[in-house]
Design a protein around this ligand. Structure first.
Ligand code: CP
Length: 310
């Protein structure tokens, strides 16, 4: 693996290797000293052109747990706010010796451009680009589901809501399909992208029927900030048709878990009671994000047997 730009970069073997490595990382983090020396002397740059809470902090923690030097670089407070281009920013980071660049960008395809334009020799990790992809989110979601459900082969995963604007949904569909899960997208027709019928998943408009068969349900954030038009009559109508509330929670089989990539609109796509219920693994997803991002950085920059390097 040279870069991680898309969930489609991962075949089943590569995806399972990352998930198994994350599992090994979880054993190491139970130790009193949580650090591995693996990436000592390496530099990881978090290059964020868009706001983030979970992804940026978990990549920072992951790199630090592997003993890398970490530079956090955000558009606010840098020369990016003076109009510096992606190319000039990349050349600057290259001159400073970045070994890995974790990039979030509002433009779909920006991480691919950074990885392939010849500006940098660093490994590039896509930390979310526009409405395109968020592969490490899909990996941490799969890791969390595997912890609760075991092997995902044949498991039914229902992804609900604003698929149109969701990079998380696209990466999840690709990765879960690779891992053998059966994915069903549910949402209003206005929030399903043109061409969704070519994605490796089913589409349904009947949430209650799908919930009764689900092993996991993933609620997507309604991305009001990306909506230039009205995609549904009202927030109340959206919640009534596609929100996960206590009544709907009871439709799920007993073993099924509830996920949300965050940040949540409590009271819109998910009620506060459901988000905080024992069926919710939303906080656990965040912790698992550190493990999965450790695994990704480790495999991109280090590799080898985790125990040998501990
Ligand atoms: N899930 C996710 O990407 O969250 P952040 O925007 O907080 O990083």
């Amino acid at each position: 693996m040279q870069h991680l730009l898309s969930a489609a970069d991962l075949d089943r073997e590569a995806a399972v290797r990352i998930l198994d490595t994350a599992q090994e990382m979880s054993r190491l983090t139970d130790r009193a000293i949580k650090k591995l020396p693996t990436l000592r002397g390496r530099t990881v740059v978090n290059l964020f052109f868009e706001d983030s809470t979970r992804t940026r902090t978990s990549f920072e923690l992951a790199a630090k747990r592997l003993s890398a030097d970490v530079v956090n670089f955000s558009a606010k407070g840098s020369s990016l706010s003076k109009g510096e281009s992606l190319k000039d920013t990349a050349l600057t980071l290259e001159a400073m010796g970045a070994d890995a660049i974790v990039v979030r960008h509002p433009a779909s395809g920006a991480p691919h451009r950074l990885a392939t334009a010849g500006w940098v020799s660093a490994r590039v990790v896509n930390a979310g680009d526009g409405t395109h992809e968020h592969p490490t989110q899909a990996l941490l979601d799969a890791y969390t589901m595997r912890r609760h459900l075991g092997d995902l082969e044949g498991r039914a995963v229902v992804v609900v809501g604003d698929v149109l604007h969701s990079r998380v949904a696209r990466s999840n569909v690709l990765l879960l399909h690779t891992l053998g899960a059966q994915v069903t997208l549910v949402g209003p027709p206005t929030l399903l992208p043109v061409g969704v019928e070519s994605w490796p998943c089913r589409v349904s408009y009947d949430l209650d029927t799908e919930l009764a068969k689900a092993d996991a349900v993933m609620m997507l954030r309604v991305q009001l900030e990306r909506m230039g038009a009205s995609y549904f009559p009202s927030a109340r109508e959206y919640s009534r048709r596609y929100g996960l509330d206590d009544d709907r929670l009871h439709l799920l089989p007993e073993h099924a878990v509830v996920l949300h990539p965050g940040p949540m609109n409590r009271g819109m796509e998910i009620t506060a009671d459901v988000a905080d219920s024992p069926r919710s693994v939303i906080v656990e997803q965040v912790g698992n994000g550190v493990l999965v991002r450790m695994a990704v950085l480790y495999l991109l920059l280090g590799g080898g047997d985790v125990e040998d390097r501990g």
